[in-house]
Ligand binder design. Structure first.
Ligand code: ZN
Length: 53
């Protein structure tokens, strides 16, 4: 089977999960790295990429 990197990118790129309340946040990768993104629910800046276990 062939994997589709494009599909992974579409599903997971720029999607982050709040470490506090597990809310998914779609935002720009660079903004997360620059710590400009806060969770809209709990205002935490502790985000992780969605794929990481
Ligand atoms: Zn949160």
């Amino acid at each position: 089977m062939v994997k589709f990197p494009e599909a992974n990118v579409r599903l997971y790129k720029n999607v982050f999960v709040c470490r506090n309340c597990k809310t998914k946040i779609r935002t720009d990768n660079m903004k997360v790295l620059a710590k400009k993104v806060k969770c809209r629910k709990c205002n935490s800046k502790a985000l992780r990429p969605v794929r990481k276990k």
